[in-house]
Design a protein around this ligand. Sequence first.
Ligand code: CTP
Ligand code: MG
Length: 546
Amino acid sequence: PNSHCRCAHKFCINDSPFKYYRKIGLFHSTDAEVSTRRKTFAEVQTERLEQAERTILIKCPPKINEKKLLQYLSSHGKINSHFFFENRGIHALIEFSEKNSIASLQDVIGIPSATEHHVVPFKSRLFIFTLKNPVGQAAAETPIHLSPQSHIPVKDLIQKLCGAESISSQMYTLLNEYQLTEENIKLRFLACSLVRDFARAYFPDSVVKPFGSSVNTFGKLGCDVDMFLDFHKTGKHTTKMKKGPFEMEYQMKRLPSERLATQKILSVIGDCLDNFGPGCVSVQKILNARCPLVKFSHQPTGFQCDLSVSNSIAIKSSELLYIYGCLDSRVRALVFSIRCWARIHGLTNSVPGAWITNFSLTMMIMFFLQKRSPPIIPTLDQLRELADKEDQHIIGGYDCSFVSDFSKINPTKNTETLDVLLCDFFEYFGNFDFRKNSINLRKGKEVNKPESSPLYIWNPFEQDLNISKNVNQPQLEKFVALARESAWILQKEDKTLRMVNKEPWGLAALLIPFGKSNPNKIKNRMKGIGSETIKSLLDSLKKLDS
Ligand code: CTP
Ligand code: MG
């Protein structure tokens, strides 16, 4: 693997954003990288949701003949793309080019004969493929390629990082290992589309869309799928009707609050998933939360899912982060590295609590990037100034307008390396006056805290909300202490010495729990690093000397 690019590019071309944008389908064509326009957030969402509607998932036997399976399925229509992955057995995701191919396939598919159990006759897009005569039917000669759906273990990551040439290249390596793949993104949209099939039974116009880290360019392999039920098509209907000389409206059930309606809808959809959803397990209705939701585990895709109802502001936050993530390749590399650092040191946690969330941490990183001189990303107020008519959105009385077309945003003149940015991030927040100041991305400036929460980060759209209200003083202090220690390590460490001592350096040194800063302890922890890596470290040192 070439993580040692010596080219003169600002960032290694092997890790270039172009490769990523192509991977996640942001470019229209594959070859004309320069002339193509990046798709807006809404365009990517629409395209991916439509793709997912034409997609099915098949559980396959352990030895599967790829060619024969595809041949069989092709009799129902052209297949656009497919891949295999392992998740309690081999699965194939098949994307047809026409939606009606699925109907054609469903027509000839059998219903399982229930001997021990009774089946619920809900016909989904999840199938099981079996061989009638497993011995007689020739298995695949060439083993199928399985697309990985999880990232490498931290131990292996650290080993890889030790072989990189600079902190910057370590950060791009981490990004490449952790970021969502094209296949994983398809699977996420499929999970949403399968939930939509249930919602549609009640609300034919509804759509289930992913938001949060699945779509904001900051998701890592293995992160949850946040999805929400959107009824906006029904909204469109209302505006259309008002144009005529008459007014007609639906008779609809009236409830005292939107919250109650949300709770009722989620309760029913949650029951549906629980009772009839193939592979939907551990369904939990959390309807009394500030934002009511249904949590469930979707076994066929392997995702933990959080379903809520039209969270328009949350989707705007996702779009804002998407824009920031696409503007400059350093943004995502910095976020992935800091999120990984925070997770390893126990600053973030997968269960809710008084700790900093990935969302808050990402906002802090965006704020830091706004504060660079010259800034690496614009403030939200600047993005709002660039908004055109179609970008105007007022949601619940809050102005959520900002530009959606990237080409209107001037590229940054800042040329700082990631080595500098990582170290300065730790130094900046290690010395931030959290007692007095709050973090405001709309202005890109510290402002006096409006109330006494230990950490105050303004919700960029709902300006009266603190997105880090949950964080308590000890957690904030832990963050500050770890940031200071990390800045110290990066400033003081002698890379050459660390390499000679076979110790992890740079980002790798920050991804090992600091313990009592006993070097022997660190060495013991690093026993897992193979002699090959050490040899290559020494080799690269020799090159430095010559
Ligand atoms: N959100 C918000 N305000 C909060 C928490 C969350 O607006 N206080 C919205 C954000 O749009 C966020 C989304 O809800 O992206 C999902 O929240 P969460 O799953 O906590 O964060 P993710 O960004 O998805 O990150 P993770 O990888 O940790 O899931
Ligand atoms: Mg999430």
